[in-house]
Write a protein that binds this ligand. Structure first.
Ligand code: URA
Length: 435
Protein backbone atom coordinates (compact mmCIF):
# COMPACT_ATOMS: atom_id res chain seq x y z
CA UNK A 1 0.00 0.00 0.00
CA UNK A 2 1.28 3.45 -0.91
CA UNK A 3 -0.48 6.37 0.77
CA UNK A 4 0.14 8.44 -2.37
CA UNK A 5 -1.96 5.97 -4.43
CA UNK A 6 -4.78 6.00 -1.86
CA UNK A 7 -4.92 9.79 -1.92
CA UNK A 8 -4.90 9.77 -5.74
CA UNK A 9 -7.72 7.20 -5.87
CA UNK A 10 -9.91 9.24 -3.53
CA UNK A 11 -9.01 12.48 -5.31
CA UNK A 12 -10.61 10.92 -8.43
CA UNK A 13 -13.68 9.82 -6.44
CA UNK A 14 -12.90 6.10 -6.59
CA UNK A 15 -13.89 3.59 -3.90
CA UNK A 16 -11.09 2.43 -1.58
CA UNK A 17 -10.92 -1.31 -0.93
CA UNK A 18 -11.03 -2.94 2.50
CA UNK A 19 -7.30 -3.72 2.65
CA UNK A 20 -6.37 -0.15 1.74
CA UNK A 21 -8.57 1.32 4.49
CA UNK A 22 -7.50 -1.14 7.19
CA UNK A 23 -3.76 -0.91 6.42
CA UNK A 24 -3.91 2.87 6.24
CA UNK A 25 -5.64 3.20 9.65
CA UNK A 26 -3.25 0.73 11.28
CA UNK A 27 -0.23 2.54 9.84
CA UNK A 28 -1.52 6.01 10.79
CA UNK A 29 -2.23 4.88 14.36
CA UNK A 30 1.37 3.63 14.62
CA UNK A 31 2.70 6.96 13.33
CA UNK A 32 3.86 5.50 10.00
CA UNK A 33 1.86 7.94 7.85
CA UNK A 34 2.65 11.65 8.18
CA UNK A 35 -0.13 14.11 9.02
CA UNK A 36 0.35 15.98 5.73
CA UNK A 37 -0.62 12.90 3.72
CA UNK A 38 -3.54 12.04 6.01
CA UNK A 39 -4.72 15.68 5.77
CA UNK A 40 -4.75 15.40 1.98
CA UNK A 41 -6.81 12.22 2.20
CA UNK A 42 -9.27 13.78 4.68
CA UNK A 43 -9.80 16.70 2.28
CA UNK A 44 -10.30 14.31 -0.66
CA UNK A 45 -12.90 12.43 1.43
CA UNK A 46 -14.49 15.75 2.41
CA UNK A 47 -15.05 16.59 -1.26
CA UNK A 48 -15.67 13.16 -2.78
CA UNK A 49 -17.32 11.35 0.14
CA UNK A 50 -17.24 7.62 0.86
CA UNK A 51 -19.62 4.82 -0.04
CA UNK A 52 -21.56 3.14 2.78
CA UNK A 53 -19.23 0.14 2.44
CA UNK A 54 -16.10 2.29 2.80
CA UNK A 55 -17.62 4.13 5.79
CA UNK A 56 -18.47 0.84 7.54
CA UNK A 57 -14.95 -0.53 7.01
CA UNK A 58 -13.36 2.74 8.18
CA UNK A 59 -15.54 2.70 11.32
CA UNK A 60 -14.59 -0.87 12.14
CA UNK A 61 -10.88 -0.24 11.49
CA UNK A 62 -10.94 2.79 13.82
CA UNK A 63 -12.95 0.93 16.50
CA UNK A 64 -10.34 -1.87 16.49
CA UNK A 65 -7.35 0.48 16.56
CA UNK A 66 -7.04 0.25 20.37
CA UNK A 67 -8.62 -1.37 23.42
CA UNK A 68 -12.31 -2.24 23.51
CA UNK A 69 -14.66 -2.56 26.49
CA UNK A 70 -16.56 -5.82 26.94
CA UNK A 71 -19.95 -5.07 28.51
CA UNK A 72 -21.51 -8.36 27.42
CA UNK A 73 -22.29 -9.32 31.05
CA UNK A 74 -25.00 -6.61 30.96
CA UNK A 75 -26.38 -7.64 27.55
CA UNK A 76 -28.82 -5.16 25.97
CA UNK A 77 -29.16 -3.40 29.34
CA UNK A 78 -25.73 -1.81 28.83
CA UNK A 79 -26.60 1.55 27.33
CA UNK A 80 -24.63 4.43 25.92
CA UNK A 81 -25.77 7.79 24.65
CA UNK A 82 -23.97 10.21 22.40
CA UNK A 83 -24.67 13.78 21.43
CA UNK A 84 -23.01 15.30 18.38
CA UNK A 85 -22.45 18.38 20.56
CA UNK A 86 -24.27 21.52 21.45
CA UNK A 87 -24.68 24.55 23.68
CA UNK A 88 -26.47 24.09 27.00
CA UNK A 89 -26.60 20.34 26.28
CA UNK A 90 -26.65 18.83 29.77
CA UNK A 91 -28.84 15.88 28.74
CA UNK A 92 -26.48 13.12 29.93
CA UNK A 93 -26.77 14.40 33.52
CA UNK A 94 -30.53 13.89 33.33
CA UNK A 95 -30.97 10.97 30.92
CA UNK A 96 -28.41 8.67 32.61
CA UNK A 97 -30.16 8.65 36.02
CA UNK A 98 -33.61 8.32 34.46
CA UNK A 99 -32.42 5.30 32.44
CA UNK A 100 -30.62 3.75 35.44
CA UNK A 101 -33.69 4.22 37.65
CA UNK A 102 -35.62 2.12 35.09
CA UNK A 103 -33.10 -0.73 35.30
CA UNK A 104 -30.68 0.14 32.49
CA UNK A 105 -26.92 0.01 33.03
CA UNK A 106 -25.35 3.26 31.84
CA UNK A 107 -21.65 2.61 31.15
CA UNK A 108 -20.40 5.70 29.46
CA UNK A 109 -17.27 7.53 28.46
CA UNK A 110 -17.76 11.22 27.82
CA UNK A 111 -15.73 14.05 26.38
CA UNK A 112 -14.66 17.52 27.45
CA UNK A 113 -15.87 20.74 25.89
CA UNK A 114 -14.02 22.15 22.90
CA UNK A 115 -14.84 25.22 20.84
CA UNK A 116 -18.34 26.56 21.43
CA UNK A 117 -19.72 23.23 22.73
CA UNK A 118 -19.65 21.96 26.31
CA UNK A 119 -18.59 18.52 27.55
CA UNK A 120 -20.13 16.21 30.15
CA UNK A 121 -16.84 15.48 31.92
CA UNK A 122 -16.32 19.20 32.62
CA UNK A 123 -19.85 19.49 33.98
CA UNK A 124 -19.38 16.48 36.27
CA UNK A 125 -16.14 17.97 37.62
CA UNK A 126 -18.28 20.79 39.03
CA UNK A 127 -18.72 18.35 41.94
CA UNK A 128 -15.52 18.45 44.02
CA UNK A 129 -14.09 14.94 44.28
CA UNK A 130 -15.90 13.46 41.25
CA UNK A 131 -13.51 10.91 39.75
CA UNK A 132 -13.56 10.94 35.95
CA UNK A 133 -10.85 8.29 35.58
CA UNK A 134 -12.05 5.20 37.46
CA UNK A 135 -10.02 2.02 37.00
CA UNK A 136 -11.61 -0.61 34.75
CA UNK A 137 -12.54 -2.69 37.86
CA UNK A 138 -14.14 0.26 39.69
CA UNK A 139 -15.99 1.31 36.53
CA UNK A 140 -17.55 -2.15 36.18
CA UNK A 141 -18.27 -2.43 39.92
CA UNK A 142 -20.10 0.91 39.91
CA UNK A 143 -22.16 -0.01 36.84
CA UNK A 144 -23.16 -3.24 38.61
CA UNK A 145 -24.05 -1.59 41.95
CA UNK A 146 -25.40 1.83 40.95
CA UNK A 147 -26.41 1.36 37.33
CA UNK A 148 -24.34 4.36 36.17
CA UNK A 149 -20.68 5.21 35.72
CA UNK A 150 -19.59 8.11 33.53
CA UNK A 151 -15.86 8.64 33.04
CA UNK A 152 -13.55 10.49 30.63
CA UNK A 153 -12.56 8.90 27.35
CA UNK A 154 -9.83 6.31 27.92
CA UNK A 155 -6.60 7.23 26.11
CA UNK A 156 -6.43 3.97 24.23
CA UNK A 157 -10.06 3.73 23.11
CA UNK A 158 -10.21 4.20 19.32
CA UNK A 159 -6.80 5.96 19.22
CA UNK A 160 -7.09 6.29 15.44
CA UNK A 161 -10.07 8.57 16.01
CA UNK A 162 -8.17 10.66 18.53
CA UNK A 163 -5.41 11.36 16.01
CA UNK A 164 -7.78 11.84 13.09
CA UNK A 165 -10.18 14.08 15.01
CA UNK A 166 -7.34 16.36 16.14
CA UNK A 167 -6.13 16.54 12.54
CA UNK A 168 -9.62 17.23 11.13
CA UNK A 169 -10.13 19.93 13.72
CA UNK A 170 -7.23 21.96 12.27
CA UNK A 171 -7.71 21.10 8.58
CA UNK A 172 -11.38 22.15 8.24
CA UNK A 173 -12.52 18.58 7.59
CA UNK A 174 -14.77 17.96 10.60
CA UNK A 175 -18.13 18.51 8.90
CA UNK A 176 -18.05 15.50 6.58
CA UNK A 177 -20.81 12.92 7.01
CA UNK A 178 -18.64 9.76 6.49
CA UNK A 179 -15.92 11.17 8.75
CA UNK A 180 -18.33 12.11 11.55
CA UNK A 181 -20.10 8.75 11.20
CA UNK A 182 -16.86 6.78 11.53
CA UNK A 183 -15.56 9.00 14.33
CA UNK A 184 -18.67 8.73 16.51
CA UNK A 185 -19.52 5.11 15.80
CA UNK A 186 -15.93 3.83 16.21
CA UNK A 187 -15.97 5.15 19.80
CA UNK A 188 -19.46 3.83 20.49
CA UNK A 189 -18.64 0.36 19.14
CA UNK A 190 -15.34 0.21 21.07
CA UNK A 191 -17.17 1.28 24.26
CA UNK A 192 -19.14 -1.96 24.11
CA UNK A 193 -22.76 -1.01 24.90
CA UNK A 194 -25.49 -3.23 23.43
CA UNK A 195 -27.89 -0.29 23.21
CA UNK A 196 -26.84 3.07 21.76
CA UNK A 197 -28.98 6.19 21.50
CA UNK A 198 -27.65 9.10 19.46
CA UNK A 199 -28.72 12.71 19.77
CA UNK A 200 -27.91 14.17 16.37
CA UNK A 201 -28.15 17.94 16.47
CA UNK A 202 -28.89 20.36 13.68
CA UNK A 203 -28.92 24.15 13.52
CA UNK A 204 -26.58 27.06 14.16
CA UNK A 205 -24.85 25.42 17.15
CA UNK A 206 -24.18 22.15 15.35
CA UNK A 207 -21.92 20.73 12.62
CA UNK A 208 -25.04 19.83 10.65
CA UNK A 209 -26.81 23.06 9.75
CA UNK A 210 -30.05 21.50 8.42
CA UNK A 211 -32.39 18.78 9.64
CA UNK A 212 -31.98 16.97 6.29
CA UNK A 213 -28.17 16.73 6.70
CA UNK A 214 -28.59 15.57 10.32
CA UNK A 215 -31.05 12.92 9.17
CA UNK A 216 -28.60 11.57 6.59
CA UNK A 217 -25.87 11.42 9.24
CA UNK A 218 -28.20 9.80 11.79
CA UNK A 219 -29.39 7.14 9.34
CA UNK A 220 -25.81 6.19 8.47
CA UNK A 221 -24.83 5.87 12.12
CA UNK A 222 -27.92 3.80 12.92
CA UNK A 223 -27.23 1.52 9.92
CA UNK A 224 -23.60 0.93 10.96
CA UNK A 225 -24.53 0.21 14.59
CA UNK A 226 -27.33 -2.12 13.54
CA UNK A 227 -25.01 -3.96 11.14
CA UNK A 228 -22.68 -4.47 14.13
CA UNK A 229 -25.55 -6.10 16.07
CA UNK A 230 -26.25 -3.20 18.42
CA UNK A 231 -29.69 -1.77 19.13
CA UNK A 232 -29.42 1.80 17.90
CA UNK A 233 -31.79 4.75 17.67
CA UNK A 234 -31.15 8.38 16.77
CA UNK A 235 -33.09 11.48 17.68
CA UNK A 236 -32.65 14.45 15.39
CA UNK A 237 -32.96 17.47 17.65
CA UNK A 238 -32.84 21.22 17.24
CA UNK A 239 -29.64 23.05 18.24
CA UNK A 240 -30.41 26.33 16.50
CA UNK A 241 -30.78 27.87 19.92
CA UNK A 242 -29.23 26.67 23.22
CA UNK A 243 -31.02 23.88 25.09
CA UNK A 244 -32.57 25.11 28.34
CA UNK A 245 -31.59 28.44 29.84
CA UNK A 246 -28.22 27.78 31.49
CA UNK A 247 -24.84 27.56 29.71
CA UNK A 248 -21.64 26.84 31.68
CA UNK A 249 -20.69 24.00 33.95
CA UNK A 250 -22.10 24.69 37.44
CA UNK A 251 -25.02 26.61 35.95
CA UNK A 252 -25.88 23.59 33.79
CA UNK A 253 -25.58 21.18 36.71
CA UNK A 254 -28.06 23.34 38.63
CA UNK A 255 -30.50 23.27 35.70
CA UNK A 256 -30.07 19.50 35.41
CA UNK A 257 -30.96 19.16 39.11
CA UNK A 258 -34.07 21.31 38.59
CA UNK A 259 -35.06 19.12 35.64
CA UNK A 260 -34.57 15.89 37.59
CA UNK A 261 -36.79 17.39 40.30
CA UNK A 262 -39.51 18.07 37.72
CA UNK A 263 -38.91 21.82 37.48
CA UNK A 264 -36.81 22.02 34.33
CA UNK A 265 -37.45 24.11 31.22
CA UNK A 266 -39.88 22.54 28.75
CA UNK A 267 -37.39 22.08 25.86
CA UNK A 268 -34.72 20.41 27.99
CA UNK A 269 -37.27 18.20 29.76
CA UNK A 270 -38.77 17.08 26.45
CA UNK A 271 -35.43 16.18 24.82
CA UNK A 272 -34.33 14.28 27.95
CA UNK A 273 -37.60 12.35 28.27
CA UNK A 274 -37.45 11.43 24.58
CA UNK A 275 -33.83 10.24 24.81
CA UNK A 276 -34.54 8.26 28.00
CA UNK A 277 -37.65 6.74 26.40
CA UNK A 278 -35.66 5.62 23.33
CA UNK A 279 -33.04 4.05 25.63
CA UNK A 280 -35.60 2.22 27.78
CA UNK A 281 -37.59 1.14 24.70
CA UNK A 282 -34.54 -0.51 23.11
CA UNK A 283 -32.83 -1.82 26.26
CA UNK A 284 -35.88 -3.16 28.09
CA UNK A 285 -37.80 -4.28 24.98
CA UNK A 286 -40.92 -2.31 25.95
CA UNK A 287 -43.01 -0.05 23.73
CA UNK A 288 -41.90 3.55 23.28
CA UNK A 289 -45.16 4.71 24.93
CA UNK A 290 -44.55 2.48 27.96
CA UNK A 291 -40.93 3.68 28.16
CA UNK A 292 -42.10 7.30 28.05
CA UNK A 293 -44.65 6.71 30.82
CA UNK A 294 -41.98 5.07 33.01
CA UNK A 295 -39.47 7.90 32.34
CA UNK A 296 -42.04 10.54 33.30
CA UNK A 297 -42.97 8.61 36.45
CA UNK A 298 -39.28 8.29 37.39
CA UNK A 299 -39.02 12.09 37.50
CA UNK A 300 -42.41 12.52 39.17
CA UNK A 301 -41.72 10.07 42.01
CA UNK A 302 -38.13 11.23 42.61
CA UNK A 303 -36.47 7.97 41.52
CA UNK A 304 -34.40 9.69 38.81
CA UNK A 305 -33.20 12.40 41.20
CA UNK A 306 -32.40 9.77 43.86
CA UNK A 307 -30.33 7.87 41.28
CA UNK A 308 -28.46 11.06 40.39
CA UNK A 309 -27.50 11.65 44.05
CA UNK A 310 -26.41 8.00 44.38
CA UNK A 311 -24.30 8.22 41.19
CA UNK A 312 -22.46 11.41 42.16
CA UNK A 313 -21.71 10.00 45.64
CA UNK A 314 -20.57 6.61 44.26
CA UNK A 315 -18.10 8.35 41.98
CA UNK A 316 -16.59 10.40 44.83
CA UNK A 317 -18.40 13.70 44.19
CA UNK A 318 -19.74 15.94 46.96
CA UNK A 319 -23.36 14.80 46.67
CA UNK A 320 -24.56 17.19 49.40
CA UNK A 321 -24.46 19.82 46.62
CA UNK A 322 -27.19 17.94 44.76
CA UNK A 323 -29.51 18.49 47.74
CA UNK A 324 -28.38 22.05 48.28
CA UNK A 325 -27.21 23.51 44.93
CA UNK A 326 -27.07 27.03 46.37
CA UNK A 327 -23.83 25.88 48.07
CA UNK A 328 -22.04 25.66 44.70
CA UNK A 329 -19.49 28.49 44.33
CA UNK A 330 -20.62 31.48 42.29
CA UNK A 331 -18.54 33.75 40.07
CA UNK A 332 -17.27 37.10 41.32
CA UNK A 333 -18.94 39.18 38.60
CA UNK A 334 -22.39 39.08 37.07
CA UNK A 335 -23.62 41.40 34.36
CA UNK A 336 -27.11 41.80 32.93
CA UNK A 337 -27.60 42.17 29.18
CA UNK A 338 -30.79 44.04 28.25
CA UNK A 339 -32.91 44.29 25.12
CA UNK A 340 -32.32 47.49 23.17
CA UNK A 341 -35.69 47.41 21.40
CA UNK A 342 -39.27 46.23 21.76
CA UNK A 343 -40.40 43.20 19.79
CA UNK A 344 -39.79 39.46 19.63
CA UNK A 345 -36.56 37.50 19.70
CA UNK A 346 -36.60 35.79 16.31
CA UNK A 347 -33.25 33.97 16.58
CA UNK A 348 -30.66 33.19 19.26
CA UNK A 349 -27.63 31.74 17.53
CA UNK A 350 -26.41 28.79 19.61
CA UNK A 351 -22.83 28.95 18.30
CA UNK A 352 -22.39 32.64 19.10
CA UNK A 353 -23.89 32.21 22.56
CA UNK A 354 -21.58 29.24 23.12
CA UNK A 355 -18.60 31.36 22.07
CA UNK A 356 -19.72 34.13 24.45
CA UNK A 357 -19.70 31.58 27.29
CA UNK A 358 -16.17 30.50 26.26
CA UNK A 359 -15.08 34.18 26.49
CA UNK A 360 -16.41 34.22 30.07
CA UNK A 361 -14.27 31.19 30.93
CA UNK A 362 -16.88 28.42 30.75
CA UNK A 363 -15.21 26.61 27.84
CA UNK A 364 -11.85 26.08 26.19
CA UNK A 365 -10.48 28.11 23.32
CA UNK A 366 -7.57 25.64 23.17
CA UNK A 367 -7.34 22.00 24.22
CA UNK A 368 -5.29 22.65 27.37
CA UNK A 369 -7.04 25.80 28.59
CA UNK A 370 -8.30 25.74 32.18
CA UNK A 371 -12.02 26.35 32.58
CA UNK A 372 -13.86 28.33 35.24
CA UNK A 373 -16.68 26.11 36.48
CA UNK A 374 -18.68 29.07 37.80
CA UNK A 375 -18.64 31.00 34.51
CA UNK A 376 -21.46 31.04 31.97
CA UNK A 377 -24.72 32.58 30.89
CA UNK A 378 -28.33 32.35 32.04
CA UNK A 379 -30.76 33.24 29.28
CA UNK A 380 -33.90 34.86 30.70
CA UNK A 381 -35.40 35.11 27.21
CA UNK A 382 -35.30 32.69 24.32
CA UNK A 383 -36.32 32.57 20.67
CA UNK A 384 -40.01 33.44 20.33
CA UNK A 385 -40.22 35.49 23.54
CA UNK A 386 -41.58 39.03 23.52
CA UNK A 387 -39.21 41.65 24.98
CA UNK A 388 -39.40 45.30 25.95
CA UNK A 389 -36.52 47.79 25.76
CA UNK A 390 -34.42 47.53 28.92
CA UNK A 391 -35.70 44.07 29.87
CA UNK A 392 -33.00 41.59 30.90
CA UNK A 393 -32.42 38.95 28.22
CA UNK A 394 -29.35 37.27 29.73
CA UNK A 395 -27.00 37.40 32.69
CA UNK A 396 -23.27 36.80 32.22
CA UNK A 397 -21.21 35.18 35.01
CA UNK A 398 -17.41 35.27 35.18
CA UNK A 399 -14.37 35.72 37.38
CA UNK A 400 -12.63 37.68 34.61
CA UNK A 401 -14.10 41.16 34.51
CA UNK A 402 -12.16 42.04 31.35
CA UNK A 403 -14.09 39.35 29.42
CA UNK A 404 -17.52 40.85 30.01
CA UNK A 405 -17.60 43.36 27.13
CA UNK A 406 -16.23 40.86 24.59
CA UNK A 407 -18.76 38.25 25.71
CA UNK A 408 -21.60 40.76 25.62
CA UNK A 409 -20.76 41.78 22.02
CA UNK A 410 -20.50 38.12 20.96
CA UNK A 411 -23.84 37.32 22.60
CA UNK A 412 -25.60 40.33 21.08
CA UNK A 413 -24.25 39.47 17.61
CA UNK A 414 -26.23 36.23 17.87
CA UNK A 415 -29.58 37.74 18.81
CA UNK A 416 -32.09 38.90 16.19
CA UNK A 417 -35.30 40.84 16.83
CA UNK A 418 -38.46 41.22 14.77
CA UNK A 419 -41.92 42.75 15.05
CA UNK A 420 -43.77 39.44 14.90
CA UNK A 421 -43.24 36.21 16.76
CA UNK A 422 -41.32 33.64 14.66
CA UNK A 423 -42.97 30.34 13.72
CA UNK A 424 -42.24 27.78 16.43
CA UNK A 425 -39.30 25.51 15.52
CA UNK A 426 -39.65 21.79 15.96
CA UNK A 427 -37.60 20.57 18.90
CA UNK A 428 -37.42 16.94 17.80
CA UNK A 429 -37.39 16.63 14.04
CA UNK A 430 -37.46 12.84 13.85
CA UNK A 431 -36.65 9.63 15.69
CA UNK A 432 -34.91 6.90 13.68
CA UNK A 433 -34.79 3.31 14.86
CA UNK A 434 -37.42 3.54 17.63
CA UNK A 435 -41.17 3.81 17.22
N1 URA B 1 -18.10 14.28 17.42
C1 URA B 1 -17.22 13.28 17.24
O1 URA B 1 -16.95 12.49 18.13
N2 URA B 1 -16.63 13.16 16.04
C2 URA B 1 -16.89 13.99 15.01
O2 URA B 1 -16.34 13.82 13.94
C3 URA B 1 -17.81 15.04 15.21
C4 URA B 1 -18.42 15.14 16.44
Amino acid sequence: MRMYDIITKKKHGEELCEAEIREMIAAYTKGEIPDYQMSALMMAIYFNGMTDKETAILTDAMASSGETVNLSEFGELAVDKHSTGGVGDKTTLIVAPIAASLGCKVAKMSGRGLGHTGGTVDKLESFPGYNTSLSREDFFAQVRSTGIAVIGQSENLAPADKKLYALRDVTATVDSIPLITSSVMSKKLASGAGTIVLDVKYGSGSFMKTAAEAETLAQKMVDIGTACKRRVAALITNMDTPLGHNIGNILEVKEAIDTLRGNGPADLTEVCLSLASAIAHLALGISFAEARARAEESIRCGAAFGKFVEWIAAQGGDSSLTLNPSRFPVSKYSYEVCADKDGYITHMDAEKIGLASVELGAGRATKDAVIDHTAGIILSKKTGDAVRTGEVIATLYTNDESAVQRAKLELLSGIEYGDVAPAEDRLIHKIIGAT
